[in-house]
Design a protein around this ligand. Structure first.
Ligand code: SF4
Length: 829
């Protein structure tokens, strides 16, 4: 290298600030970045391939070569910083090489370091603080925007905005905010008392702080009236805690704001106060600072994280959980700092879950969400919700996208993302959330009003009676199955998604099954893996391709299986299931020695981020998890920022009575080692095919600390046999989803899945029932898998042909699902 001691003099075009920085400093930091974050997960496959293997110095050297500046970092940094300083905020490309935004942010950290945040009161400050071009013709309007909808930016966000249009799009004010279409405020909470709001029977919101360190432009509390509200005090918190104490139905508290972490006194009063309320089960602390102001958690040697972890153990002693809810929207927001916060908390047993507003022209295609969720999942996060559409309030219209956009994106995610990272697609209606095509749907247009649709919700009038009876029903109506439809401002985008009114139920109810037969079902689920069915020919014995992103192997897997995994960068998840080994013991934990060997190899494969052990014993024989076993599992778990391989344990359970206090203790011990446990269930006729049982099961699973992952509604081998004579009525799936959504926690909701010869797909969301128009009522039910097409399978097996019994409808496969009946022509029920 030459000239690495040269100093660059950078002048930012709009702020007019001048900065001097040495090439040596920039080289050093870029090499460190590339050492840890050059892989395809953080950059792109093309960029990673170009840099090759080796040290950060080797990779930087390869980068310079690729951009035509071999051994010459000075012009490289000069060109990069010149581009950034022009304030265009666009992608930077040198000699055909697109430079990843995370790397550019790491360069900017050397040029404009620092943390904290700045409140913007004048349009000119956008220029001076963020190097943003304010066009003269926009200046007055922009000033008006700033006065109406306050602007605040963190230094971290400013750096990200300088190199990413998709980050700037979220935080930088724009003149279209003056457009008055939409509501002034969205309606929030049926019941308000001081800082407490209540929308659901079993949970309340505490609003601890009214401001945020950064203001998202799409926020539903964006108006200055919201920002300028006085903050509550610890005395107000005490009053709210007292309300909870007097309300035994309240099990969970969502602590939010603004950012509640900005108000340490109120946070402490909340955690300490609620720790003493016996019936409270979970505190869910919400903060977007993980993404846009990580210094809030990391400053002073991560003192806030240490405080949280201590409080988490305090809450645990009184049987309560602490969770952190955060928002991420686009992969350009993901920083090493954010990943560090997430993995730090998850390793200590604080689960971190992600919610994502769906924003037009930002994260509305699919690939960007696959990347975002993949990165966050690697650090240990759980992907929870995508909200469609963005809040229909004043100043937000550029972010609105027709509902069809979100629905269709779900199909992309199902095909290309790990099943463990698929969020629930939901809409927050004014009376509560609904999940698309299970607990809710769009019924029809509101007559004479193009802007509004009727949504079917899972809520009933009775639901609200105990805490805040509904008074104004002017925008609601009762549908013929007893729940409320509500008017919602949105565009549907595709008329096929207006489903109309659900007809009454026709099918008979299955008789309850005797206990001895249920035990047989439990045994079968424990001893026969239900999901090991390769969707394509892998050519490798003992390796099943379950999905583009997922394979299943046995503990005896060796070089051949590992080579298959290594060769396909789309594989992120490896399920290890002992049922496939033919060896002693049918549970993964009977094979920990072999599994340790496999995990060691998997850690070397950059694209694999999760090893999933299938363990029916976790449910049926929890004593098998001795302390030694838990320690061994803890050693296998590797949550880290740059090269994670998280360990997850899969178990199966069909009835709430299978879950005991012993499970709670066991799962807590595993969670405290950062290990996630998730539970699947199969709907079995006469066993658990009713809403009350699945609601109770969901509740028990959450109370135990597991994630309720899939409820298979049809298609598993056990269902093909058992449900033939006791069929599952598709009508009941909607009823089950309705009750689980209405009466459970939002954190208890599973994905309702079909299992087919060609893979899994979401009930209603990316499957459609195919019925013969002249059908007999008992005709075999078939479903079209809207998320897959032939090219999908050929991408994994070039010679792929459709298996016997699978047809095509258009490009998508159609599979029969024996054991399910459908007794009407309604699209999803
Ligand atoms: S973090 Fe949440 S409350 Fe704060 S501005 Fe963004 S969306 Fe609004």
């Amino acid at each position: 290298m030459k000239e690495d001691n040269n100093t660059l003099n950078i002048e930012f075009a709009h702020s007019k600030k001048r900065v001097d920085v040495t090439v040596a400093v920039l080289t050093d930091s870029t090499q460190r970045f590339l050492e840890n974050f050059a892989s395809a997960r953080f950059t792109t496959p093309e960029f990673a391939a170009l840099l090759g293997d080796g040290s950060g110095a080797d990779k930087f050297s390869n980068l310079l070569k690729a951009v035509g500046m071999e051994n010459n970092p000075y012009p490289f940094f000069s060109k990069v910083l010149d581009e950034i300083s022009q304030g265009r905020g666009t992608q930077i490309e040198l000699n055909g090489v697109v430079l990843p935004s995370m790397m550019l942010v790491s360069i900017l950290e050397q040029v404009i370091p620092g943390n904290g945040y700045v409140t913007i009161r004048k349009a000119s400050q956008l220029e001076s603080e963020a190097n943003f071009l304010v066009k003269e013709e926009d200046r007055d309007a922009l000033q008006e925007v700033i006065e109406k909808y306050p602007v605040r930016l963190s230094r971290h966000t400013i750096r990200q905005m300088m190199v990413s249009r998709d980050v700037a799009y979220q935080y930088m004010p724009f003149v279209e905010e003056l457009d008055a279409v939409g509501f002034v405020n969205t309606w929030i909470g049926q019941f308000h008392d001081g800082l407490l709001e209540q929308m659901y029977q079993n949970r309340v919101i505490f609003l601890l702080n009214m401001s945020c360190p950064v203001y998202c432009r799409f926020c539903f509390r964006k108006h200055k009236d919201s920002r300028n509200e006085a903050n509550p005090t610890p005395a107000d918190v005490a009053k709210a805690v007292d309300h909870v104490k007097q309300s035994p139905a309240i099990k969970e508290i969502v602590v939010t704001g603004g950012d509640p972490f900005m108000n340490r006194k109120n946070m402490a009063a909340t955690i300490d106060g609620l720790s003493e309320v016996e019936h409270v089960q979970a505190l869910r602390l919400a903060s977007r600072s993980v993404a846009y102001y990580p210094d809030l958690f990391l400053k002073d040697e991560a003192e806030y994280l240490t405080y949280l972890k201590e409080k988490k153990f305090m809450l645990e002693r009184s049987g309560k959980r602490m969770e952190l809810a955060t928002h991420f929207i686009h992969p350009d927001e993901v920083s090493p700092e954010a990943l560090d916060i997430i993995s730090n908390l998850v390793k200590s047993g604080v689960s971190v879950y992600i919610q994502t507003p769906f924003l037009s022209e930002c994260n509305d295609e699919g690939p960007e969400l696959v990347k975002l969720f993949g990165l966050l999942r690697g650090a240990g996060a759980e992907i929870h919700y995508i909200y469609i559409p963005c809040s229909p309030i004043h100043g937000n219209s550029i972010y609105w996208k027709p509902l069809s956009g979100g629905i269709e994106t779900a199909a992309h995610l199902r095909a290309h993302l790990s099943d463990r990272a698929i969020p629930t697609i939901c809409t927050a209606t004014p009376i509560g959330k609904m999940d698309w095509f299970t607990s809710g749907w769009a019924v029809e247009r509101v007559k004479d009003n193009d802007s509004f649709l009727w949504f079917r919700t899972p809520y009933t009038l009775d639901f609200f009676k105990s805490f805040a009876p509904l008074k104004d029903l002017s925008n609601m109506r009762l549908n013929n199955h007893g729940t409320l439809d509500i008017q919602y401002m949105a565009k549907i985008g595709n008329e096929d998604y207006l489903l109309g009114e659900r007809p009454p139920k026709k099918a008979p109810v299955n008789d309850p099954v005797p206990d001895n037969e249920i035990e047989m079902m439990i045994d079968e689920l424990s001893n026969q893996c239900q999901t090991a069915r390769s969707i394509v020919e892998t050519g490798v014995a003992g390796l099943f391709r379950l999905h583009e992103t997922r394979v299943e192997i046995g503990p005896d897997a060796g070089t051949v299986q590992m080579n298959y995994i290594k060769a396909d960068a789309r594989i992120t998840d490896v399920v290890i299931s002992a049922e496939n080994s033919g060896g002693i013991g049918t549970d993964a934990i009977d094979h920990l020695h072999e599994i340790a060997r496999i995990v060691k190899t998997l850690r070397e494969i950059d694209h694999v981020t999760s090893a999933r052990l299938r363990s029916p014993k976790l449910c049926t024989a929890p004593k098998a998890f001795s302390r030694d076993v838990i320690h061994a599992l803890g050693d296998l778990n590797h949550l880290s920022v740059s090269q994670p391989l998280r360990l997850e344990i899969e178990t199966w359970c069909i009835l709430p009575r299978q879950i005991t206090p012993e499970h709670k203790l066991l799962v807590r011990r595993l969670n405290n080692k950062g290990i996630t446990v998730y539970c699947n269930a199969a709907l079995l006729g006469g066993v658990n095919d009713n809403d009350e049982i699945i609601h109770q099961l969901a509740h028990e699973i959450r109370a135990t600390g597991m994630e309720f992952h899939h409820v298979y509604v049809a298609g598993l081998p056990i269902q093909e046999k058992w449900n033939q004579s006791r069929p599952i009525d598709s009508y009941d799936v909607v009823d089950i989803a309705t009750k689980v959504r209405r009466e459970g926690s939002g954190r208890e909701i599973p994905r309702y899945m079909f299992f087919t010869r060609l893979g899994e797909a979401d009930y209603g969301l990316n499957t459609s029932f195919i019925r013969d128009p002249g059908n007999p009522a008992d005709a075999q039910v078939k479903v079209k898998l809207d998320c897959y097409d032939l090219s999908y399978f050929k991408g994994m097996e070039p010679g792929f042909t459709l298996p016997e019994g699978i047809d095509l409808d258009g490009d998508c496969p159609v599979a029969s699902v024996p054991g399910m009946i459908k007794t009407n022509d309604f699209a999803i029920s």
